[in-house]
Design a protein around this ligand. Structure first.
Ligand code: GRG
Length: 313
């Protein structure tokens, strides 16, 4: 296996994809096109709602979760065209969560991805409906959309995985823990649980749903992907916490210092910036080590994990 060392995971021997930037851009434009095709046209009634849906789902973003779907599929020899539906479904859930998270009743944010948040550009009632509609479109996509295995049992499993990751055991529960944590001191275990649910569950689902599309994924590969996804999900959120302290506002497209301003416990607020950064690099190394069993086909997935922890926005 070709060895390309990362400055952050020097002990792990796993190849990286030398063409990763081009691959990333290909996947990012693919998801843009796939989402655009699945969202109702802005000209269809009710036009204001449909315009707001497209505003919220097609407004850029890094497309981290779809990228994980495509990279996992690639590691398992599955064509992009067989997981487009999964990539859209996870991104639709993510887009809904951002719209609801930005509402005054939650984080009350004015800016998202460098533009006014949905409720600022439209209104609160529309933003609530946008979140609702994006969420159900994700499940409709899995139930009946193109770009997925035809096998009904696989589709049912995809619906189950996404529902579990989005519900009270995953993202919605994590959001509840996050809201309840405002102004409180949390232990490290509590912060990790909150992060694992709020952010980690959907990252994990992105990887495991792609794996569920494989005709036969060997048990060691599935176990390795499970370990990879758990580790990289937490590493991603720690980097997010760090960027909220040290990030560049222009690159992030939103204000920094929001966690502190909202008096929210985060990984660095509990253990300090240096320990948080060290933990993130350890998790990154653990994620890469888990991929070793998949061989050189996991090179794009290794490159995605580098991107998630080294990103500046
Ligand atoms: C409203 C049920 C409900 C849940 C909201 C995920 C979430 C829970 C809220 C989003 C707010 C937030 C900052 C969560 C942390 C997760 C995170 C890092 C979100 C941003 O994801 P990126 O960086 O965003 O992938 P882009 O804009 O690139 O898509």
């Amino acid at each position: 296996m070709r060895k390309t060392m990362s400055a952050t995971a020097e002990s792990v021997e796993i190849s990286r994809d030398p063409q990763f930037q081009a691959l990333l851009e290909r996947w990012q434009s693919r998801i843009e096109r796939e989402l655009a095709a699945r969202l109702p046209p802005a000209t269809a009634r009710p036009t204001r709602l449909h315009e707001a849906l497209r505003y919220s789902a097609l407004n850029g973003g890094k497309r981290v979760r779809p990228t994980l779907v495509y990279a996992t599929a690639s590691a398992l020899g599955i064509a992009d065209g067989n997981v487009d539906g999964v990539a859209c479904a996870v991104e639709l859930i993510h887009a809904y969560s951002l719209v609801h998270d930005d509402l005054p009743a939650m984080d009350d944010d004015d800016l998202r991805r460098g533009r006014p948040t949905c409720h600022k550009a439209f209104d609160e009632a529309t933003a609530i409906l946008v979140g609702d509609a994006l969420q159900v479109l994700a499940f409709e996509t899995l139930a009946s959309g193109p770009g997925l295995p035809a096998d009904a049992a696989i589709r049912l499993e995809l619906v189950r995985l996404l529902a579990v990751a989005s519900g009270t055991g995953g993202m919605a529960g994590g959001q509840a823990l996050d809201l309840a944590a405002v102004g409180r001191q949390l232990s490290l275990a509590e912060v990790e649980e909150m992060h694992a649910r709020k952010t980690g569950a959907l990252i994990h689902a992105s990887v495991m749903m792609a794996a569920a599309c494989a005709e036969r994924a060997a048990e060691p590969a599935t176990r390795a992907l499970d370990e990879f996804a758990r580790a990289i999900g937490l590493a991603f959120q720690i980097q997010d916490d760090l960027l909220d302290i040290e990030g560049d506002v222009a690159l992030l497209g939103k204000a920094t210092g929001a966690d502190r301003a909202h008096d929210k416990p985060t990984y660095p607020s509990v253990v300090g910036v240096e320990v948080a950064r060290r933990r993130m690099h350890e998790l990154h190394a653990r994620a890469l080590a888990a991929l070793a069993v998949l061989g050189s086909r996991a090179a794009p997935l290794a490159s995605v994990s580098d991107w998630l922890v080294l990103r500046k926005y």
